[in-house]
Design a protein around this ligand. Structure first.
Ligand SMILES: [Zn+2]
Length: 178
């Protein structure tokens, strides 16, 4: 894997480009990584639904849990599936829509300046060794490309939206990526 700086694409990741992005504010380079956990339907793994949510194609009637999510315009830069497959939806140059209302160290709107990485999982189920393995390869590459992403600037969604979001959850073992 490597990052193509000119395009903001992770070479080696499967590319599934999402329409859910816009431009970062002028001059802003990523200096934060926000890790998430997601599963669709909640607690179920392996289906096509996360990618369909991020590309605006989640069918509202396919599952009761989808009804309220189907109209959401959300995305992340990267998704790490249970088996370690890495999928990119948004260029690192662009702003993905993953953090929502958020603040880190007094600075609001984390989407402006972060890279969002979703791990397929749930707050109360262990993440897979293959996912940690990809993160251990991926995070140093991102830090090498965007040097302001120091180890203390790799945080969870729950850290930037406390009280509102709980992912990646207590099941995420931070010691395995540090
Ligand atoms: Zn999240």
């Amino acid at each position: 894997m490597r990052v193509d700086v000119a395009t903001g694409l992770m070479i080696g990741a499967k590319q599934v480009l999402s329409p859910h992005f816009d431009q970062r504010p002028p001059g802003v380079v990523p200096d934060l990584v926000v890790l998430h956990g997601i599963s669709l339907p909640p607690g179920e793994f392996g289906g096509p639904w996360i990618a369909r949510l991020f590309t605006g194609n989640l069918p509202a009637d396919a599952h009761p849990e989808f009804r309220e999510r189907a109209g959401l315009r959300v995305s992340a830069h990267l998704l790490i599936r249970r088996d370690g497959e890495l999928v990119q939806f948004v260029s690192f140059r662009d702003r993905a829509w993953h953090a929502g209302r958020s603040v880190w160290q007094g600075r609001e709107a984390c989407n402006d300046y972060s890279i969002g990485i979703e791990c397929e999982g749930a707050d109360d189920l262990p993440y897979e060794a293959a996912q940690y393995s990809v993160l251990r390869e991926l995070l140093p590459l991102l830090s090498a490309t965007y040097p302001a992403i120091t180890p203390d600037r790799i945080v969870g969604h729950s850290d930037v939206a406390p009280g509102r979001k709980t992912d990646p959850g207590p099941s995420f073992d931070w010691t395995r990526i540090r």
